[in-house]
Ligand binder design. Structure first.
Ligand code: V55
Ligand code: FE
Length: 532
């Protein structure tokens, strides 16, 4: 089969599950409940009039809410939790405090954080909402005050001046705190043990000048510094981007301001030893749609991408923008430079990867053009003005989004990557392909595959090194599997990251569905304060 035939032969669900991976089932259900709105969503009644649609697992309709905060001590485990697995897997996703309004998308909704705390072969689960300004105001009012994704004009007048952040996208560890992230606002800081929100608008003690903070900061492999950026950094629809660097104890040591060619969603970025790379995609701000009460973005078919780069440590004035073809890349697996060439590995699709983001020209979302593959972008940065950047598909058979690496290698050459994907080589083509984790070895372009049990949908994977100085990729790979046939009941699956094809070392069996996940993060036990 040619690649094109092979792709066209895969069913729509597989593409959507693959393209969205982690958020998988939740986002699929939402997309099916709602064709992308081309125009104004009616403000008013919550979507889905019955409880069943909001609280039961896919494939029922509607955004999936959970809303219960959990504490489970010493979870039941099949197999054995390795004794050297000491630390916590934190994860976060949207779990709307009140049902989302018609026309809203599953990227909205309050951040709900989970912590799987591993110690001495046992694991406890705790989950808490991020009690940010938005959550507290809505709790007090007893209703939604921020009814539309990144549309400040739809806000209730009473919330003027409050942070709009849901903090539903990613969660990292920095300077003794958990930072819950949403790219339209500053982080919210939480306690590593209790998950209490200790600072709903965390500005690094006033050092953060940008009004926003990315959901995908990087850790400098040599110094441990936190490298991040904010886009729309001077406010709604501004082209300003602020890139910054903080020491592990929270001191700002560098920042620079640059300006983008147009306001596209800068969801992720890349930092290497010498460069910062930004990638502008045609999922761009749509003021007409916002004025009609819709969401922040739509997909502008035919518009170019821009591969931007500039030197670290400078003032950003050396930024170069290389124009390229229409493409999408939201997440980046890793990146590095050799002084002459800059390499960035991304999940790449030809068009809009999100079924719920409107096509600006009113066309239908295309699951084939929206399917992502792991792709290497590179540019010859030894030239003064490179005319183009190169695009190479690394793994044409694997369809999927939400790639990860061993995060100790964020800014330097790396060898291994991980990706949730539908089975690229299904045994029975008549059945829905198994949900899988691929482990990629970029040195020889090979891969290994873990196939989840039948009926499971895997979220994004998280890598936990075996010890602080274990070699790259040596440790554990874990991720949440949910079972639609069991009303979304979840397991946490733990694999040997070097031998994912050998199946789980341990499976943490949960009694229930849990809040959904976009991204997750591993924090070693040594970095978690001993409880008072
Ligand atoms: C993403 C997720 C978001 C968002 C923008 O690609 C991009 C993922 C959960 O929220 O606001
Ligand atoms: Fe993301």
């Amino acid at each position: 089969m040619t690649r094109k035939n092979r792709k066209a032969g895969v069913d729509r669900r597989q593409f959507m599950g693959g393209a969205i991976g982690a958020a998988g089932a939740t986002l699929m259900a939402a997309a099916e409940a709602q064709q992308p709105p081309a125009g104004a969503p009616p403000a008013g009644a919550p979507r889905g009039s019955d409880i069943e649609s909001r609280y039961s697992a896919p494939p029922s309709r509607g955004p999936q809410l959970f809303r219960a905060e959990l504490d489970i001590t010493d979870c039941e485990v099949e197999g054995r939790i390795p004794a050297d697995l000491d630390g916590a897997f934190y994860r976060v996703g949207p779990d709307a405090q009140y049902p989302l309004r018609a026309g809203n998308i599953p990227f909205d909704g309050e951040g709900h954080v989970s912590m799987f705390r591993f110690q001495n072969g046992h694991v406890n689960l705790k989950t808490r909402f991020v009690r940010n300004e938005r959550y507290l105001a809505q709790e007090k009012a007893g209703k939604i005050l921020f009814p539309m994704y990144r549309n400040p004009y739809m806000d209730d007048p009473s919330v003027k001046g409050l942070s709009r952040g849901t903090h539903n996208t990613h969660i990292i560890h920095h300077n003794g705190l958990l930072l819950a992230l949403k790219e339209d606002s500053p982080p919210a800081a939480m306690d590593l043990n209790t998950l209490a929100t200790v600072d709903p608008v965390y500005t690094f003690k006033g050092q953060l000048q940008s009004k926003t903070f990315t959901a995908h900061p990087k850790t400098d492999s040599r110094t441990g510094n936190l490298l991040g950026f904010g886009y729309e950094a001077k406010g709604h629809n501004t082209t300003d981007v602020n890139v910054f660097e903080y020491t592990p104890d929270g001191r700002k040591v560098w920042d620079a301001w640059v300006s983008v060619p147009y306001v596209g969603m800068l969801h992720d970025y890349q930092v290497t030893e010498n460069f910062v790379m930004l990638y502008v995609i045609p999922l761009a701000i749509d003021e007409a749609q916002i004025a009609r009460g819709g969401i922040h973005w739509s997909w502008y078919s035919g518009q170019p991408t821009y591969f931007g780069y500039f030197r670290r440590g400078g003032d950003g004035k050396d930024i170069k923008w290389i124009k390229g073809p229409e493409r999408s890349a939201t997440h980046m697996m890793g990146g590095f430079d050799d002084g002459k060439r800059l390499y960035v590995d991304v999940e790449m699709s030809l068009s809009n990867p999100f079924p719920f983001m409107p096509m600006r020209d009113g066309s239908r979302w295309d699951p084939v053009r929206g399917a992502s593959h792991i792709t290497r972008l590179s540019a010859d940065v030894s030239q003064k003005n490179p005319k183009d950047y190169q695009i190479e598909t690394l793994y044409p058979n694997h369809i999927g989004a939400l790639p990860r690496q061993d995060d100790r290698y964020n800014t330097v050459p790396y060898r291994y990557g991980f990706l949730p994907c539908p089975d690229p080589d299904p045994k029975d083509p008549a059945k829905r392909p198994a949900s899988c984790y691929a482990r990629f070895d970029l040195q020889n372009r090979s891969s290994k595959l873990f196939r989840a049990p039948e009926g499971a949908q895997l979220a994004e994977a998280c890598f936990a090194p075996k010890s602080a100085n274990a070699p790259e990729g040596v440790g554990y790979l874990m991720g949440v599997a949910s079972y639609a046939a069991q009303n979304g009941r979840c397991d946490l699956i733990i694999l040997d990251a070097e031998r994912v094809d050998e199946g789980p070392i341990a499976t943490v069996k949960l009694p229930t569905r849990i809040a959904g996940q976009i991204h997750g993060w591993w924090v070693p036990g040594a970095a978690i304060p001993k409880k008072a």
